[in-house]
Write a protein that binds this ligand. Sequence first.
Ligand code: AMP
Length: 562
Amino acid sequence: MERFASTAERIASEPAKLAKIALLAEYFRGLDDDDLAAAARFFAGGPFAARDRRTLALGGRTMVEVARRVYGFDDASLLSNYRATGDLGAAIGALVRAPADAMLFRDRLTPAVLETLFGEIAGASGKNANRRRAAVLERVLRACEDPRVATYVVKIVTGDLRVGLREGLVLEAIAQAFGSDPREVRRALMAFGDAGAVAVAAKRGTLHELRVDYGSPIGFMLATPVPYGEAYAELAHGSWIAEDKYDGIRAQAHVRDRDVRLFSRRFNDVTDSYPEVASALAAIARDAILDGEIVAMRDGGVLPFRTLQARLQRKTVDARLLREVPLTYVVFDLLAIEGELLIDEPLSLRRERLASLITPAAALAIAPFDPVGTEASEFVNRRFEAARARGNEGVMLKRFDAPYFPGRRGKWWLKLKRELSTLDVAVVAVEWGNGKRAGVLSDYTFAVRGDDGSLQAIGKAYSGLTDAEIATLTPWFLEHRLPASERREKARAHEIPVEPKVVIEVAFDVIAESDLHESGFALRFPRIVRIRDDKPVEEIDTLQRVREIYGEMRKRENVTES
Ligand code: AMP
């Protein structure tokens, strides 16, 4: 472990990413298979492989007690060390001296030996488990005569090496050490969830032999929001498909020998919460990893999200709940089939294979999709309205030739969402438009009514009105300009303040706290739904209403993120 510790220390003090990778690659190259496997796992972030469900179950208190027994330091020095660094490994390491009692037999600690001892700790069970765990940990610490080794051993136990290496860099180091293609290493790591096995396979040149490991969730690919509008520039390149955006719970299903596991976005195993989905999936004859959304659905019709809410965070479900809130898993992607990982294949192929894998049944459906044609904007907006009419949240646009990027939010998947809500607001300032809208006042800053009755800006909208409406409003705004002295406090340079008489209804996706505007909030992707000729400025929405919508949004986020 001396070399492990000195390498970790050098990596920690080396700021450059490439140099960190080179140091680690050099270290990996010098190890035999067993040590390589263990060291790669440790550098990847913990005592065991990511796919390994074992834990050490060693609390901070046990570690401190055992360390004190071995090295004989007092609590006060440990506490002040810990306060100074916030790092238990470093705090204990600084107090390490040769163990107080000379022992005839002491383990020679290598990464492989340490991993075996970790296995013993994790395996302790029954009445005396705690005592057994502490006894093995004592053996480990007695073997650490070098303070640096003790430091890093404790860091591995606490699951944080703090050397500034992310998994991506460990992967690069494995590739560099054994001359493998980093993409192949990444793919193997995704499939297998064990940096140790991947490192050894890279060394032997057998990466392609690593099969998909069922039961370790793969990161979820995420989408970038785009505003509902008149043009979707993002769709100009490549071919795209549109799917409904279902308002439910994202889930990744692993089907192996008809045994099913469902994982939430936070990688929790939520299988027991959705028994009807699990049993529908158990009918699939081949091993597969699927991605999809669990929604409340009856007779093919989507039920509102609040219906689904009754099923969330329930560890067990009774027959009545199963009947009252029936669920369907709507599958939209296939990440693996049998031993083959498909994440690097284009979506078109994954979809094709998904269609031939699954037979829709009760509680199981495949998300229908349509190709986006050349008249993209018109098609997308029509598709959006149709999805909404079906009770869904909006539309997802996906590039048909894109791989599946685990854990990444990119431009390959776009989401066009239902507005969170709408607000009736007053236009308080206007700006000249650009491009097609040059020569007309088309950009509107709008406000809600603050607690003291004053108008407080909350956002700015450019889209939603027709050319004819803008053409009519422009002269009206010009006639109702206010003197520059009326400029609002946080006005932008080109803003022209106007009399707050025009009321518009704006839709938006997200409210965020922000100091951009006086209200303390900002709207994401606001768009004008219509001009509210029927509504006087006295009746526009208030800041209090904004706070309420914001509160509801936060509450909902907490529920769906579980
Ligand atoms: P959001 O939660 O608004 O960031 O939107 C992204 C989420 O939409 C994903 O994490 C999924 O849970 C959900 N979603 C619904 N329908 C789809 C779909 N067809 N494809 C991908 N994600 C979807």
